[in-house]
Design a protein around this ligand. Sequence first.
Ligand code: ADP
Ligand code: ZN
Length: 436
Amino acid sequence: MQERYFQKEIETMPAEQMKQLQSEKLVKQVKHVYENVPYYRDLMDKKGVTPDDIKSIEDLHKLPFLSKADLRDAYPYGLLAKPLKDCVRIQSTSGTTGRRVVAFYTQHDVDLWEDCCARAIVAAGGTDEDVCQVAYGYGLFTGGPGLNGGSHKVGCLTLPMSSGFTDRQIQFMTDLNATILCCTPSYAAYIGETLEEKGFKPEDIPLKAGIFGAEPWTEEMRRGIEKTLGIKAYDIYGLTETTGPGVAFECSEQTGMHINEDHFYAEIIDPDTGEVLPEGSKGELVFTSLDKEAFPLLRYRTRDICVLSRKKCSCGRTLIKMAKPMGRSDDMLIIRGVNVFPSQIETVLLNEGYQPNYQIIVDRKGNTDTFDVNVEMTAEHFSDTVSGVTALEKKLAEAMKVMLGINPTVHLVAPKSIVRSEGKAVRVIDKRKLHD
Ligand code: ADP
Ligand code: ZN
């Protein structure tokens, strides 16, 4: 298939030219922020940096970082860089890890965000012939509004479903021949499971592609969803603080997501020292918004851990790529001194033939952490003897021990007993926090 682009000139721009464009935008942006955001001006003054010190993208490292704590501190208007009368939209984070933060958009900001989502849809094969079912939540959450806007820009027939009401999702999908599904990967898995129960085979489902993001998901989960729905599943990444989904998106190669670096400049830093790390190093992702007007964060620490790569991509895009972030630094659990990411558990489950329906429960008894994983039994594994179930639980616990280095207690629970997610899945219940 001939590769298509939404904004070819930008998406395939030679690296040197991109750097030039980024530098020009950065110089302007730093002035704009310094003049209009006293909160950030104070941070720059404390660091002894002025806008005159920033002459190109090479000088970016001189600027101070912003963190989620700053956003909470400055809530609601402290980081706003435009008069409210120039703003047309507010969105808010999902509050996965604490108090929500709000972001502001001018019409220009909404436009560039929707362009980013449109690039993602086109990269997933979308055209004006497609019917795009948006099953991300609408409202304050950025998923629905972002993909909705992108879908309009591409000219798809847009089904603004929002999340939930799964029977209705399926009815509209099949009656109106939806070809592209946009939602969280956990909701896509749930829709797939429901379709399967209703007797749909992958070839009966009109979808050809899915654009799934807003939460971490594994390659194993991707393969599972692709198989059940009979589609190609593309990753999409973003966060409210920068705009929403579409900061980075996957192309046909499916080996990482191209960052829309004409709008968002990415750095990888050592999360402990703040030092900028060379390309290819694993570390915390930091974004600088190069041309947003209302809420232009500079050097915002995402807490997402990943790797950047400029390796040539077969799709022809020259935009830098980021690896799938496998969870945030604050998603990482420390159990009995060992680092555990929920995504590692998901990988084991899918490799062992289970569904990604699980919940991790961590608690503390005396001075020792307890570590339990509830996993749904599947029809293939079903055993009607207690010893049969115990043997399965033991086998899973052993596979997890090999992956993690510590031993969980696995409980196989009844199918459908773990609550399904229509948005971001809640995988971890850490009861230790309640005792502190
Ligand atoms: P919250 O921080 O409250 O969840 P957002 O809805 O803005 O608010 O979520 C942004 C976060 O979601 C990102 O920082 C990242 O951790 C996660 N995320 C988004 N897309 C992806 C993706 N494709 N893969 C992994 N994580 C993702
Ligand atoms: Zn590519």
